[in-house]
Design a protein around this ligand. Sequence first.
Ligand SMILES: [Zn+2]
Ligand SMILES: [Zn+2]
Length: 231
Amino acid sequence: MAVKRVIKGVHVVPMGKANAFLIEGEDGLTLIDAGFPGKEAAVFEAIRGLGRAPDQLKHLIFTHGHPDHIGSAAAIIRTTNARTYMHPLDIPIAESGGPFRPMEGAPGLLRQALCRLFYDHNERVPPVAIDLPLADGDILPIAGGIEVIHTPGHCAGQVALLWRPGRMLFAGDVCMNVMGLGDPVGFENLQDGRASQRKLASLSFDAAGFGHGEPISRDASMRFRNQWGKK
Ligand SMILES: [Zn+2]
Ligand SMILES: [Zn+2]
Protein backbone atom coordinates (compact mmCIF):
# COMPACT_ATOMS: atom_id res chain seq x y z
CA MET A 1 0.00 0.00 0.00
CA ALA A 2 1.38 3.33 -1.00
CA VAL A 3 1.85 6.39 1.14
CA LYS A 4 -0.93 8.95 0.64
CA ARG A 5 -0.83 12.71 1.15
CA VAL A 6 -3.40 14.16 3.58
CA ILE A 7 -2.32 17.81 3.49
CA LYS A 8 0.92 19.51 2.50
CA GLY A 9 3.61 18.04 4.75
CA VAL A 10 1.60 15.09 6.10
CA HIS A 11 1.29 11.59 4.65
CA VAL A 12 -0.68 8.66 6.03
CA VAL A 13 1.20 5.37 6.26
CA PRO A 14 -1.35 2.55 5.99
CA MET A 15 -0.10 -0.23 8.25
CA GLY A 16 -2.82 -2.82 7.80
CA LYS A 17 -5.63 -2.19 10.26
CA ALA A 18 -3.96 0.85 11.83
CA ASN A 19 -2.57 4.13 10.50
CA ALA A 20 0.65 5.96 11.18
CA PHE A 21 1.47 9.46 9.91
CA LEU A 22 4.65 11.09 8.64
CA ILE A 23 5.18 14.82 9.11
CA GLU A 24 7.84 16.49 6.97
CA GLY A 25 9.54 19.32 8.83
CA GLU A 26 12.64 21.36 8.17
CA ASP A 27 14.15 19.44 11.10
CA GLY A 28 13.55 16.04 9.50
CA LEU A 29 10.72 13.53 9.60
CA THR A 30 8.37 12.80 12.49
CA LEU A 31 6.33 9.61 12.73
CA ILE A 32 3.10 9.51 14.71
CA ASP A 33 2.45 5.93 15.94
CA ALA A 34 4.02 2.68 14.81
CA GLY A 35 1.34 0.12 13.88
CA PHE A 36 1.02 -3.55 14.80
CA PRO A 37 4.20 -5.67 15.10
CA GLY A 38 5.91 -6.64 11.82
CA LYS A 39 4.77 -3.54 9.89
CA GLU A 40 8.04 -1.58 9.92
CA ALA A 41 8.59 -2.15 6.17
CA ALA A 42 5.53 0.03 5.45
CA VAL A 43 7.19 2.93 7.28
CA PHE A 44 10.54 2.56 5.52
CA GLU A 45 8.77 2.26 2.16
CA ALA A 46 6.77 5.41 2.91
CA ILE A 47 9.93 7.32 3.86
CA ARG A 48 11.65 6.24 0.65
CA GLY A 49 8.49 7.15 -1.27
CA LEU A 50 9.01 10.73 -0.09
CA GLY A 51 12.53 10.66 -1.50
CA ARG A 52 14.04 10.46 1.98
CA ALA A 53 16.15 7.90 3.83
CA PRO A 54 15.09 6.11 7.05
CA ASP A 55 17.85 7.86 9.03
CA GLN A 56 16.02 11.15 8.41
CA LEU A 57 13.30 9.99 10.82
CA LYS A 58 14.12 12.03 13.96
CA HIS A 59 11.04 11.69 16.16
CA LEU A 60 8.51 8.96 16.92
CA ILE A 61 5.55 10.25 18.94
CA PHE A 62 2.97 7.79 20.27
CA THR A 63 -0.66 8.74 20.78
CA HIS A 64 -0.92 5.86 23.27
CA GLY A 65 0.56 2.55 24.29
CA HIS A 66 -1.64 -0.01 22.56
CA PRO A 67 -0.29 -2.97 20.51
CA ASP A 68 -1.53 -1.46 17.23
CA HIS A 69 0.30 1.84 17.87
CA ILE A 70 3.63 0.67 19.33
CA GLY A 71 4.00 -2.79 17.73
CA SER A 72 6.67 -1.99 15.12
CA ALA A 73 8.36 0.75 17.15
CA ALA A 74 11.32 -1.31 18.36
CA ALA A 75 12.16 -2.35 14.79
CA ILE A 76 11.79 1.23 13.52
CA ILE A 77 14.07 2.59 16.26
CA ARG A 78 16.74 0.01 15.51
CA THR A 79 17.02 1.31 11.94
CA THR A 80 16.44 5.04 12.49
CA ASN A 81 17.57 6.12 15.97
CA ALA A 82 14.49 8.37 16.25
CA ARG A 83 13.70 9.82 19.68
CA THR A 84 10.54 8.41 21.26
CA TYR A 85 7.78 10.33 23.09
CA MET A 86 4.81 9.08 25.16
CA HIS A 87 2.57 10.10 28.07
CA PRO A 88 3.99 8.80 31.41
CA LEU A 89 0.84 6.76 32.20
CA ASP A 90 1.59 4.47 29.24
CA ILE A 91 5.40 4.42 29.37
CA PRO A 92 5.68 1.34 31.67
CA ILE A 93 3.42 -0.61 29.29
CA ALA A 94 5.48 0.30 26.21
CA GLU A 95 8.74 -0.42 28.00
CA SER A 96 7.56 -3.88 29.09
CA GLY A 97 5.74 -4.65 25.82
CA GLY A 98 2.55 -5.51 27.70
CA PRO A 99 0.33 -6.72 29.21
CA PHE A 100 -2.09 -3.86 28.49
CA ARG A 101 -4.97 -2.43 30.51
CA PRO A 102 -8.37 -4.11 29.96
CA MET A 103 -10.87 -2.22 27.81
CA GLU A 104 -14.67 -2.59 27.49
CA GLY A 105 -16.26 -2.53 24.04
CA ALA A 106 -17.77 0.87 23.12
CA PRO A 107 -21.58 1.12 23.00
CA GLY A 108 -23.08 -0.77 20.04
CA LEU A 109 -22.84 -4.36 18.81
CA LEU A 110 -20.36 -3.66 16.00
CA ARG A 111 -17.78 -2.02 18.24
CA GLN A 112 -18.18 -4.65 20.93
CA ALA A 113 -17.47 -7.34 18.34
CA LEU A 114 -14.49 -5.42 16.92
CA CYS A 115 -13.11 -4.88 20.42
CA ARG A 116 -13.22 -8.63 21.15
CA LEU A 117 -11.67 -9.38 17.76
CA PHE A 118 -8.83 -6.84 17.74
CA TYR A 119 -7.98 -6.09 21.36
CA ASP A 120 -6.37 -8.61 23.67
CA HIS A 121 -4.96 -6.97 26.79
CA ASN A 122 -2.72 -9.99 27.37
CA GLU A 123 -0.98 -9.49 24.03
CA ARG A 124 2.80 -8.95 24.09
CA VAL A 125 4.74 -6.81 21.62
CA PRO A 126 8.45 -5.95 21.37
CA PRO A 127 9.24 -3.49 24.19
CA VAL A 128 10.28 0.04 23.22
CA ALA A 129 12.24 2.48 25.41
CA ILE A 130 10.73 5.96 25.72
CA ASP A 131 13.13 8.93 25.69
CA LEU A 132 10.82 11.80 26.60
CA PRO A 133 7.55 11.99 28.57
CA LEU A 134 4.66 14.07 27.17
CA ALA A 135 2.50 16.36 29.31
CA ASP A 136 -0.82 18.05 28.57
CA GLY A 137 -0.16 21.53 27.18
CA ASP A 138 3.38 20.81 25.98
CA ILE A 139 4.28 22.40 22.68
CA LEU A 140 6.98 20.20 21.24
CA PRO A 141 9.56 22.17 19.23
CA ILE A 142 9.21 19.71 16.37
CA ALA A 143 8.20 20.47 12.75
CA GLY A 144 7.22 24.03 13.70
CA GLY A 145 5.24 23.13 16.84
CA ILE A 146 3.18 20.12 17.96
CA GLU A 147 0.73 20.67 20.82
CA VAL A 148 0.05 17.83 23.26
CA ILE A 149 -3.54 17.36 24.51
CA HIS A 150 -4.10 14.67 27.14
CA THR A 151 -7.18 12.67 26.10
CA PRO A 152 -7.75 9.71 28.45
CA GLY A 153 -10.74 7.33 28.25
CA HIS A 154 -9.85 4.88 25.51
CA CYS A 155 -6.45 4.61 27.18
CA ALA A 156 -5.29 6.49 30.30
CA GLY A 157 -2.06 7.69 28.72
CA GLN A 158 -3.56 8.75 25.41
CA VAL A 159 -2.73 12.12 23.88
CA ALA A 160 -3.97 13.89 20.79
CA LEU A 161 -1.42 15.93 18.86
CA LEU A 162 -2.09 19.19 17.04
CA TRP A 163 0.47 20.08 14.38
CA ARG A 164 0.13 23.85 14.38
CA PRO A 165 1.70 24.85 11.02
CA GLY A 166 -0.65 22.52 9.10
CA ARG A 167 -3.60 22.84 11.54
CA MET A 168 -3.88 19.05 11.58
CA LEU A 169 -5.08 17.06 14.59
CA PHE A 170 -3.85 13.52 15.22
CA ALA A 171 -6.66 12.06 17.30
CA GLY A 172 -5.20 8.60 17.99
CA ASP A 173 -8.10 6.44 19.18
CA VAL A 174 -10.15 9.21 20.85
CA CYS A 175 -12.43 8.43 17.91
CA MET A 176 -12.18 6.67 14.58
CA ASN A 177 -13.40 7.46 11.08
CA VAL A 178 -14.66 4.07 9.94
CA MET A 179 -18.09 4.37 8.29
CA GLY A 180 -18.28 7.91 9.65
CA LEU A 181 -16.77 9.69 12.60
CA GLY A 182 -17.54 7.82 15.83
CA ASP A 183 -16.31 6.01 18.90
CA PRO A 184 -13.16 3.89 19.01
CA VAL A 185 -13.71 0.15 19.47
CA GLY A 186 -13.47 0.37 23.26
CA PHE A 187 -12.85 2.41 26.39
CA GLU A 188 -11.07 1.88 29.69
CA ASN A 189 -13.37 4.60 31.02
CA LEU A 190 -16.34 5.72 28.93
CA GLN A 191 -16.94 8.99 30.84
CA ASP A 192 -13.32 10.10 30.42
CA GLY A 193 -13.54 9.09 26.76
CA ARG A 194 -16.60 11.30 26.20
CA ALA A 195 -14.88 14.21 27.97
CA SER A 196 -11.86 13.79 25.66
CA GLN A 197 -14.10 13.76 22.56
CA ARG A 198 -15.73 17.00 23.76
CA LYS A 199 -12.31 18.50 24.45
CA LEU A 200 -11.20 17.85 20.86
CA ALA A 201 -14.54 19.18 19.54
CA SER A 202 -13.77 22.50 21.27
CA LEU A 203 -10.52 22.98 19.32
CA SER A 204 -10.02 24.62 15.94
CA PHE A 205 -8.23 22.65 13.21
CA ASP A 206 -8.62 21.89 9.51
CA ALA A 207 -7.43 18.31 9.01
CA ALA A 208 -7.59 15.22 11.20
CA GLY A 209 -5.91 11.82 11.25
CA PHE A 210 -7.06 8.74 13.17
CA GLY A 211 -5.51 5.52 14.34
CA HIS A 212 -8.21 3.78 12.34
CA GLY A 213 -10.13 4.91 9.28
CA GLU A 214 -9.79 7.61 6.67
CA PRO A 215 -8.08 10.91 7.43
CA ILE A 216 -10.05 14.14 6.87
CA SER A 217 -8.29 16.85 4.85
CA ARG A 218 -10.49 19.88 5.51
CA ASP A 219 -13.28 21.23 7.76
CA ALA A 220 -12.46 18.51 10.28
CA SER A 221 -13.21 20.49 13.45
CA MET A 222 -16.74 21.13 12.13
CA ARG A 223 -17.25 17.37 11.89
CA PHE A 224 -16.03 16.96 15.49
CA ARG A 225 -18.36 19.75 16.67
CA ASN A 226 -21.34 18.11 14.94
CA GLN A 227 -20.56 14.86 16.73
CA TRP A 228 -19.44 15.95 20.18
CA GLY A 229 -19.71 19.75 20.40
CA LYS A 230 -22.11 21.81 22.49
CA LYS A 231 -25.57 21.38 21.00
ZN1 LIG B 1 -5.98 2.07 21.12
ZN1 LIG C 1 -5.74 1.73 17.77
